[in-house]
Design a protein around this ligand. Structure first.
Ligand code: ZN
Ligand code: ZN
Length: 87
């Protein structure tokens, strides 16, 4: 069996490699784990599913992910290239 290596926690915003137990980038404050943004609250137990770094929405429940909320994952774009609107 091929050994499955955990991806290093690389900050998707600045490229800083975080420590094993870091949940946020120490350089820019971006989250390092793309958790489901459905936090436990009054009306739900939350999801907190950990998604792949490029996931804009939770694979489990469809809520936006933390990366998506932080603007770290580009929003959905049509398959063909469209003009990027940069501010
Ligand atoms: Zn960073
Ligand atoms: Zn979720």
């Amino acid at each position: 069996m091929a050994d499955k290596k955990e991806d290093p926690r690389v900050c998707v915003r600045c490229g800083h490699v975080g420590g094993e137990n870091d949940s946020h980038c120490i350089k820019c404050g971006a989250p390092l784990i793309n958790k489901c943004a459905d936090e436990p609250g009054l009306i739900s137990d939350g999801c907190t599913h950990v998604n792949r770094p490029d996931a804009a929405f939770c694979a489990k429940c469809g809520h936006p992910t933390v990366f998506h909320k932080e603007g770290l994952v580009p929003p959905f774009q049509p398959f063909h290239h469209s003009i990027m609107i940069q501010r």
